[in-house]
Design a binder for this molecule. Structure first.
Ligand SMILES: [Fe+2]
Length: 180
């Protein structure tokens, strides 16, 4: 039987229950790349006819991880941000996403690029807790994402790539607190 969404969810739950931090994320990343090989899964869940937006398709009541499908019709991106104490594994299904990883110097309040690469279809990337990245994706891009918890429940940092101003998005979703 093809490796689909249900098999992937089972493996994510197993990784969360039996492995720690980095090892769990690495396992989920490997499973994600296995899932992205399934053309039927992509056609049925991430095809050109699917509704644009960010769709949370599964939330594990037992371990807390979330599975999301991101459907984009137009090219766009997101400024440097982290996922707070949570983490994310991004898997590219269609199109590509240019990833930029950043390091924030708390003392100088300076944001510096540490790594740049293109996430191509079939590939997945790991972003550990507090890791900062920005993304730029193509028109028609689709990606699958697993987060450690529902990101709406954690406080996250968002940066202006030019001014390096840092804002904190409150976990209650009440908006941003400007830190600088
Ligand atoms: Fe992100």
């Amino acid at each position: 039987m093809a490796y689909g969404k249900d098999e992937f969810i089972v493996d994510c739950r197993k990784a969360m229950k039996t492995l720690d931090g980095d090892k769990a994320r690495k396992s989920i990343c490997t499973s994600m790349e296995k899932l992205l090989k399934n053309k039927t899964f992509i056609a049925e869940n991430l095809g050109p006819d699917k509704e644009e937006g960010r769709h949370t398709v599964y939330r594990c009541e037992e371990t807390g991880f979330n599975l999301l499908f991101h459907i984009f019709d137009s090219a766009n991106g997101a400024p440097p941000h982290d996922h707070g104490t949570s983490w994310a594994v991004y898997g590219q299904a269609v199109g590509h996403t240019d990833m930029t990883e950043w390091v924030y110097d708390e003392l100088d309040k300076n944001l510096v690029v540490s790594k740049e690469y293109r996430l191509k279809p079939g590939k997945a990337g790991i972003f550990p807790p507090n890791a900062i990245h920005s993304i730029q994706y193509t028109a028609g891009a689709r990606f699958v994402r697993v987060t450690g918890v529902d990101l709406e429940t954690v406080s996250r940092r968002v940066f202006d790539a030019t001014t390096h101003e840092m804002r904190t998005q409150n976990s209650n979703g009440a908006g941003f607190t400007v830190e600088r």
